[in-house]
Design a protein around this ligand. Structure first.
Ligand code: GRF
Length: 187
């Protein structure tokens, strides 16, 4: 199968990057991770890119400048899909227009609930019965694009911020790949 050239944008641990790279190695998986973009240098995610010998770009200069550089790299590398995985910068409308319908994100809640940051704290405070993760297309409104897939689990009385983070990420590492298969299977 012809795999779509994909770039993952990160800002931190890169555990979703790790899972995507591993899953993308299987024969039938619809994407190949060809490039990583990060706005931080000293992060675990970059070590993962290095370990798997995936080219990466670390860039954190002024917005217009850095986005132009990223766009140039993505075009040169013929990147067709962008997976945001913990990327902490807001992308400009110009960037979103250039890759319209090609950018997806993973969020650690069951959207539309708990958009934004500090999700796990807020979920526990609200005494939610269940939570999980959502993979969605990116549009101009934060965490509001069309939902591709959600995965959920039941919160137990003993759960803490740390434990629901672990449980959520366990689902993320499967869910992101399932979402890519779902949107690209018939392409
Ligand atoms: C994930 O929990 C994702 O939902 C959120 O940022 C986190 C990134 O984690 N958007 P990692 O860097 O992939 O480990």
């Amino acid at each position: 199968m012809v795999k779509k050239k994909t770039c993952v944008f990160i800002s931190g641990t890169g555990s979703n990057l790790n899972a995507l790279i591993k899953n993308s190695r299987s024969y039938n998986f619809p994407v190949k991770i060809e490039f990583v973009v990060s706005n931080k240098s000293d992060i675990k995610g970059i070590k993962i890119a290095k370990k798997f010998k995936i080219p990466y770009l670390i860039i954190n200069t002024r917005k217009s400048l850095y986005e132009n550089k990223i766009i140039e790299e993505l075009k040169n590398r013929n990147i067709k899909i962008i997976c945001l995985a913990g990327y902490m910068k807001i992308l400009s409308n110009n960037f979103l227009n250039k890759f319209n319908g090609k950018i997806i994100n993973i969020h650690p809640s069951l959207l539309p609930k708990f958009k934004g940051l500090n999700t796990f704290n807020r979920i526990l405070k609200k005494k939610e019965k269940k939570t999980g993760c959502t993979i969605h297309y990116v549009n101009k409104k934060l965490d509001s694009g069309k939902i591709i897939l959600k995965k959920e689990f039941i919160i137990s009385k003993s759960d803490t911020v740390d434990s629901i983070k672990i449980r959520t990420q366990r689902l993320e590492h499967v869910g992101y790949s399932e979402a890519l298969i779902k949107i690209l299977r018939n392409n």
